[in-house]
Write a protein that binds this ligand. Structure first.
Ligand code: KIV
Length: 295
């Protein structure tokens, strides 16, 4: 199996990412894994063409695209809808679908059926589930059914009510030990990678050392095997200051607002559309049934 690609065409696959972890430090192919969230066709396509390796259809779609207060209300059908759109935009990156709250918390067979819908109907190549030790059985069940699973430990936003808010996890020796146990459980259950969210960088570094699967950090410092950000945080599209760990690479919100202000002003002043932006009737029909023909 080549390190560049299993299929020889640059396509990023699960075995690719796992093999990268096993490379010796300093090996030229031991590059950090780049991941971003996407929720629609154009952004998924743009980020795929720009070279991102893993596209996560995060349940953060609930907050950043759909305007919900948390990720909890997101439904399975909404997640599938967004995953299908992303799938259509991506050729090279690995597409991972985040299973929404409630779609894997009950009976195992139901969770398996829901995960399969992401693969069969939406074209996801893997699913992500939040939680550590208590997801052991679920992760084993999904991987037995040939569904690659990405785990997610530390701050798990679907547990916001249980955690009492969005807080950095693993800051005391006892809680750090629990996060490490959770990460080990996710690996033992067969996950191919794991998201480490909002924890001290020292703990993330220790977990990255301890595991044989790649760690993907968000608010977990620079020592993880890869990094992920919520696209809307890095583009300034969230209507609030980005979290401490997110770097803002562009202010797309302001670009959109400015473009809309200019458009409104042009329409009101009669500057849009210009003659060059208008259709013209052919000379032979000018003055006759011009409107119908010009369409
Ligand atoms: O839903 C999401 O965007 C995520 C990332 C923060 C990892 O789970």
């Amino acid at each position: 199996m080549s390190m560049q690609s299993v299929q020889g065409n640059g396509k990023i696959t699960v075995p690719d990412l796992m093999q990268r972890k096993s490379l010796a430090a300093g090996s030229p192919n031991k590059k950090k894994i780049t991941c971003l969230t996407a929720y629609d066709y154009p952004t998924a396509r743009l980020m795929d063409e720009a070279g991102v390796e893993v596209v996560l259809v995060g349940d953060s779609v609930a907050m950043v695209m759909l305007g919900y207060e948390s990720t909890l209300p997101l439904t399975l059908e909404e997640s599938l809808h967004h995953t299908k759109a992303v799938r259509r935009g991506v050729q090279r990156a690995l597409v991972v679908a985040d299973m929404p709250y409630g779609s894997y918390h009950g009976e195992l067979n139901e969770a398996l059926r829901n995960a399969m819908r992401f693969v069969k109907e939406a074209g996801a190549e893997a699913v992500k589930v939040e939680g550590g030790e208590r997801r052991l059985e679920l992760i084993s069940r999904l991987t037995e059914a040939e569904i690659p699973v990405m785990g997610h430990v530390g701050l798990t936003p679907q547990s916001v009510n249980a955690l009492g808010g969005y807080r950095v996890q693993g800051k005391t020796p006892g809680t750090a030990e629990q996060v490490l146990r959770d990460a080990r459980a996710v690996e033992a259950a067969g996950a191919f990678a794991i998201v480490l969210e909002a924890m001290p960088r020292e703990l993330a570094a220790e977990i990255t050392q301890a595991l044989h699967i790649p760690t993907i950090g968000i608010g977990a410092g620079p020592d993880c095997d890869g990094q992920i950000l919520v696209l809307h945080d890095m583009l300034g599209l969230t209507f609030q200051d980005p979290p401490k760990f997110a770097r803002r690479y562009a202010n797309v919100g302001e670009i959109i607002s400015q473009a809309v202000r200019e458009y409104c002003a042009d329409v009101q002043k009669g500057n849009f559309p210009a003659d060059a932006e208008s259709y013209h009737a052919p000379a032979s029909v000018k003055g006759r049934n011009a409107i119908a023909i010009a369409r």
